[in-house]
Unconditional design. Sequence first.
Length: 745
Amino acid sequence: MIQDLALMLVVAGVVTLVFKRLKQPLVLGYVVAGFLVSPHMPYTASVADRENIHLWADIGVMFLLFSLGLDFSFKKILKMGASPIISTVTVIFAMSMLGILVGHSFGWSQMDCIFLGGMLAMSSTTIIYKAFDDLGLRQQQFAGLVMSVLILEDILAIVMMVMLSAIASGQSPDGGQMLGSVVKIGFFLILWLVVGIFAIPLFLRSVRHLINSEVLLIVSLGLCCAMAVFSTKVGFSSAFGAFIMGSILAETVEAERIEKLVEPVKNLFGAVFFVSVGMLVDPQILIAYALPIGVLVLTILVGQAVFGSMAFMLGGESLKSAMRCGFSMAQIGEFSFIIASLGLSLGVISDFLYPVVVAVSVITTFLTPYMIRLATPAYNALEHRLPSRLIRMLNHLSMSHPNTTEQSKWKRLLIQMTVNTVVYSILTSATVAVMFSFVLPFMRRLLPGWELHWYANAITGLLTIVCIAPFLRAMVMKKNRSEEWRTLWAESNRNRLPLLFTVLVRVMIALSAIFYICNYLSRFSNAVMITLGIVVLALIIVSRTVKHRSIVLERLFINNLRSREIEAQVHGKKRPLYEGKLLDRDIHIAEFDVPSDSMWMGQNLKQLSLGRKYGVHVSSILRGGHRLNIPDGDYIIFPGDRLQVIGSDEQLSKLGQALQTEVLSEDPDLESREMRLRQLIIGADSPFIGKTLEESGIRSLYSCMVVGLEEGKENLSIVSPKRKFEEGDIIWVVGERESLAALLK
């Protein structure tokens, strides 16, 4: 095992150094390294035990998705609005259908076609981010739109993996099975997020004074693995559970710290995963399937260029911006490998599909920078051939997709009620399931025998009602006194009956939970159970204790959910609210980090003249956890400052290039700059006799420093600035070799 790991990492290290030199994505370097150490390569050493490699690769996928979850926030998705969601769903649907059609055209099996569609729909976040970085486009506005869609694609990829697993486990995919999978995903997703965001920040806050970096890393990875195990127990993949735990920890104050600590672990096991991907590439299969590989490459390039551009236009982008976004996504990457690995592990796809997808990924990755550069010339060519009226209409298509729309009071109220009812219903169902699965058997063992059986049931039922009471009360009473409710009630008498109906529906849902508990634990008649349920629900509603518990739990959850946002406000990290309200479409905010070796450090904004040189405006400077808003010309730039700058894509691009290129050059004589310690005896002919330390010029003329005077004591004496040197003084001096030589001479 150690021999295999050594071979993989050494080869991966050499190959990635070459790829770094060639400015290619490291992911490709790992794949090539895996090909070199695979059994299919007869001219190089190969790994001995592939089973261990697959085990590490599974761990690598888990940590990759855990890190993805740490960088993800459900609040960010909700704040994006409908545009990225429309674009993402359109791209995934179109590319999945294209993949299925191409697979059918080659006569491949149904499962091969379904998995191929999923692979072709997933653009690579890693590769696109790297390409934007290399081309200096990361600060441009369209790049931000692409990254938003890629985040949503990654989320939908997780859901797709769960659904593909469910489809693969059945004899044939059907609508009922897929609907059941979606409901199951939604149930556990909401349950884990709500419980996790309530409990985990509370736990981390209580032990914050005990946690250092080492402990935080172990605790984070322990939580990740625990959720991965729990996910497999309920029928999902370990990667899905790891992602959920990452997204829960992303809402805590410690999220950024955890992300930095986990990154080396993710990099190690991620490298092992991508190397294992390369090991499955068989050259003979690539030769045999050269035609399908070429067709799939063309499908991705043309499909993303056409359907990707259309998807971004449907999301509200102009034609030029949509084409730049669509052309940027013309490749597949890590999630395609993960989906292919899933298909192989389930034994539902053919062996040839994996190396074919890897080959397609390698080719499209190499073509990614060229596709990004091709977008603007393609738009210019299209602009010359299409009628100018049509171009103007397409360029202003985004005006029909306003970012903010005034929702009706009914719509806001119904959405809020639906969300509350669904969340509290899931919490109630989960609580009942836990009580009946663990507490009820324990009580029956504690109170054995038929005589005590009813006591065990009664105690369990009472404890269950007590546990779910805050959820039932919040489900029935929440939003009944909201601003929308009061306004609608006062506006018209016609609104009152529908409003009362919403209360009745929630009351019936709450009563059904109580009826289920009574029916499961007792043999009462229906009339008795209905009466008992109504009485219990009425007591829950009027109870001040239950009301207080419900409010405390909800406030604690909201506080945990907002903890990272509060921390960002306290330390000046939160982006300004006006960011999304800039009137000019071509103007937006970007952030730039000042390098540690920047030539700008020590200069103030007036000296730098960024507005005159680049046409940008520095709105804020983030320094040491503090925000300096609207800095004047006297503010000095320090290394590590983060500048928030307002400007157009072109202006911000020029500023970013200048910031990266205007840095201090490396010292060519670095080895000769070593500091040395030498003893110096003041002789009878020394020019220092009768002079003080300052008058001698040892520091100012020779760039050396006197660290002490030797007077026969155990320690050196500090040389007083007013003391004059005398013959026979022994001083110790520190300086560079050449400076010391000049001083001694």
